[in-house]
Design a protein around this ligand. Structure first.
Ligand code: ZN
Length: 155
């Protein structure tokens, strides 16, 4: 994971607080006791005290899709109960084929093997799979997701 800094906050449509990060990504800072306890996020003073704080940003280490790529196929939507076994074991895309793992709801663990990097995918952080790189996913509770396959334009 790479480190960045909190530069601001805003609320999403559900009223949950979202930290804005110096790297350009954002991260939910939910206070939902007892599961997620961040009482500081509910007060103006608490949020102000976190400005400038260091924070790990998983999105920064995600591979980037080619600037121009077109989706040519996508899977059905899977849940933690219907995810095909093949996605849970290491597998890879064909040469020239990129994949995007799109979480529609919930969270999904995603691991790229070489070098080994693990991510927690959310609707805000899609997983990007470079061509032929071994990877697998691992549901972390209830989740709905699909996988889109893309080819760089002109290939
Ligand atoms: Zn980032």
């Amino acid at each position: 994971m790479s480190t960045t800094i909190i530069t601001g906050f805003h609320q999403d449509a559900d009223g949950d607080w979202v930290a804005e990060l110096a790297c350009g990504h954002s991260q939910h800072m939910r206070h939902r006791p007892p599961w997620q306890s961040r009482p500081w996020v509910t007060s103006e003073a608490g949020r102000a005290a976190k400005l400038g704080a260091s924070i790990e940003c998983a999105a920064c280490q995600m591979p980037e899709l080619p600037a121009r790529a077109s989706e040519y196929k996508r899977t059905a939507t899977f849940t933690e109960q219907t995810v095909p076994g093949g996605l849970l074991r290491d597998h890879r895309t064909k040469p020239g084929v990129w994949a995007k793992i799109v979480v529609e709801a919930g969270r999904l663990g995603y691991t790229l093997e070489s070098p080994r990097r693990t991510f927690m995918l959310t609707p805000e952080i899609p997983g990007v799979v470079p061509p032929t790189e071994p990877h697998h996913v691992e549901p972390a509770g209830p989740v709905r997701f699909h996988v889109a396959f893309l080819r760089p334009d002109g290939s």
